[in-house]
Ligand binder design. Structure first.
Ligand SMILES: Nc1ncnc2c1ncn2[C@@H]1O[C@H](COP(=O)(O)OP(=O)(O)O)[C@@H](O)[C@H]1O
Ligand SMILES: O=C(O)C1=C[C@@H](OP(=O)(O)O)[C@@H](O)[C@H](O)C1
Ligand SMILES: [Mg+2]
Length: 171
């Protein structure tokens, strides 16, 4: 797996594309350590992501996210699941691309809406419309990623297997 040897495998994409769930499966399949940036931030700050947004605001969250990304980019051999907004910062994108192979998990807006229906854990979905936010971010994911994987209509383990096949295909 030349694509990820000595590197991290990094998942980016919109909320609900399955970064956290697929990342965990990939770490198992590849026998690598799994780190989810949101989880890391929550642990560091001692509160959940919605609590952190409510208590300190998005800017504070983004600063914490940037620190965590920089820290993970200095490590190797990880599977890293990011939060959907990680690509808003050009420095994050640079770090992630230099330290890892960046896979964009994607799905159409209707699929994402269904997956996230009733979700209360994603503060940004409570205010902005999902479709609007997706439209604003799509180009950022495309530019940041080395490859895109469509997750619509596929179970998480099918997506994970597809990512592994993609890495193996590169020898
Ligand atoms: N491929 C998939 N098919 C169906 N549901 C999925 C898929 N991937 C994730 N989900 C569901 O969508 C929700 C968000 O998944 P999650 O892994 O937290 O996404 P992300 O970290 O990208 O926001 C969860 O309820 C999860 O079970
Ligand atoms: O898209 C975003 O800006 C965010 C996505 C969330 O992560 P997931 O993409 O894992 O849901 C989390 O980082 C935070 O709520 C902000
Ligand atoms: Mg997640």
């Amino acid at each position: 797996m030349k694509r990820i040897s000595g590197k991290n495998l990094v998942l980016i994409g919109f909320m609900g594309t399955g970064k956290t769930e697929v990342g965990r499966l990939l770490a198992d399949l590849l026998n690598r350590r799994f780190v989810d940036t949101d989880r890391r931030i929550s642990e560091r700050e001692g509160m959940s992501i919605p609590e952190l947004f409510a208590a300190r605001g998005e800017q504070y969250f983004r600063a914490a996210e940037k620190e965590v990304v920089a820290e993970l980019a200095s490590q190797k051999g990880l599977v890293v699941s990011t939060g959907g907004g990680v690509v808003l910062d050009g420095g994050n994108v640079e770090h992630l691309r230099l330290s890892g192979f960046v896979v964009w998990l994607d799905a159409d807006v209707d699929t994402l809406s269904l997956r996230l229906q009733g979700d209360k854990t994603r503060p940004l979905l409570q205010s902005d419309g999902l479709a609007e936010l997706y439209k604003r971010r799509e180009a950022l994911y495309r530019e940041a990623a080395h490859v895109r994987v469509d997750t619509a209509g596929k179970a998480p383990f099918v997506v994970a297997r597809e990512v592994v096949a993609l890495l193996q295909g590169e020898g």
